[in-house]
Design a protein. Structure first.
Ligand code: FES
Length: 370
């Protein structure tokens, strides 16, 4: 077996690890319990650098490195994943000669990515769209929050329910309402901030937890819906906090455009219902439109219904009765649904294969070109 000297032993003190160059690739070196071991540095999941991973002790005191991107674990001495997993990272032989750490040019055992019997994310991974050239699936997302045991009337949610009823009764749409407060989902954990490739599709969190509540949003929004109508209250001049919690998790959709030039949202329209006792309808609409534009949605004309009673209206108990009686609201809900449905019917005529995302190259970033 051929060995290549990589770094002096003194550069890898006991209880440390790091990745170093080995020809055209990199090797993660570990120095624990007096033993030096070497694994391929690129995690077999999505390529996270194991040299920047975390050391964990599992299985009767065995040491593992946990990938810094999503936590896949590999035994330092064997490269094997823990428990019953068959996955394995490539393991290299190591010897120390003349004070240098020398690593074999070929692995002692190759990396192995096991086929798992069932893949609960297969429909998302394979983008098994349920939309067709003639489908009209309208998804309502209510982002208002409330105590499940003490429900209260919600202006935004009532208008959303009316919109879905109109879509079904007047246009023959299939409809579905998702109330975000009923989904148990994790906050975005910011894997993107470590590396753009660490924010994956399906979402890294979904991959780790098939029961995460956002999976219902991904399936309904990406695979099922032709149109989305999102309803939010105005909270201190912004959309609801549940909306933002969801929006951060939708980074996985937008990031596919960034890293793979892959547009997941095609031929879909979105419109909004924005209501509040006090104001800033336009500010909220601006934020929602800007975000959903970046996901690939198309907007019908006049794509938001806004309603508020102004800064001085502190008599919140009167909001719902007034909203409920408003002829403007009733008329606007019909217009919103009509415009949204008609746009969906038109954009389905477009050739989606020709869709282009206006994506800058990384070299065009101002901060990098200075
Ligand atoms: S766990 Fe290593 S890249 Fe995902």
């Amino acid at each position: 077996m051929q060995y290549t000297p990589l770094i002096p032993l003194s550069d890898l003190p006991e209880n440390t690890h790091k990745s170093v160059k080995h020809g055209t690739r990199k090797i993660a070196l570990f120095h624990y319990e007096g033993i030096i071991s070497a694994l391929d540095h690129a995690c077999i999941h999505k390529g996270g650098d194991l040299g920047e991973g975390f050391i964990q002790i599992l299985d009767a005191g065995e040491r593992y490195v946990a990938c810094p991107w999503h936590g896949w674990q590999y035994n330092l001495k064997t490269g094997q994943a823990p428990h019953d997993f068959k996955d394995r990272q490539a393991l290299y032989d190591v010897m120390v000669q003349d004070g240098m750490i020398c690593v074999s040019d070929k692995p002692l055992s190759d990396a192995f990515r096991a086929e798992h019997e069932s893949d609960p994310m297969a429909d998302l991974r394979n983008l098994e769209y349920q939309t067709t050239a003639t489908s009209l699936n309208v998804l309502g997302i209510s982002t208002t929050n409330m105590n499940r045991d003490l429900p209260r009337p919600s202006t935004s949610e009532s208008a959303l329910q009316s919109a879905l009823d109109i879509a079904a009764s007047q246009f023959g749409a299939q409809t579905k309402m998702i109330k975000l407060r009923e989904l148990n989902f994790r906050h975005c954990e910011g894997y993107y901030s470590r590396h753009e490739e660490a924010c994956t599709w399906p979402c890294s969190i979904s991959d780790m937890d098939a029961n995460d509540g956002m999976n219902e949003i991904y399936r309904s929004m990406v695979l099922w819906a032709d149109a989305v109508i999102l309803a939010t209250p105005i909270r201190w001049g912004n959309a609801s906090s549940l909306y933002y919690k969801m929006a951060e998790r939708l980074n996985t959709i937008q990031n596919q455009i960034t890293i793979h030039d892959k547009v997941l949202i095609k031929h879909k329209a979105v419109s909004f219902i924005i209501t509040g006792g006090q104001d800033n309808v336009q500010g909220v609409a601006g934020q929602l439109n800007s975000f959903f534009a970046d996901l690939g949605f198309t907007f019908p004309p006049f794509n938001y219904l806004g309603w508020s009673r102004g800064w001085l209206a502190e008599d919140m108990e009167n909001n719902y009765p007034r909203f409920f009686k408003s002829r403007y609201v009733k008329r606007s809900v019909v217009d919103l649904v009509t415009n949204t449905v008609k746009l969906v019917q038109q954009i389905k005529q477009m050739d989606a294969s020709q869709l282009q995302a206006p994506k800058p190259e990384i070299t065009e970033a101002e901060s990098l070109s200075e």
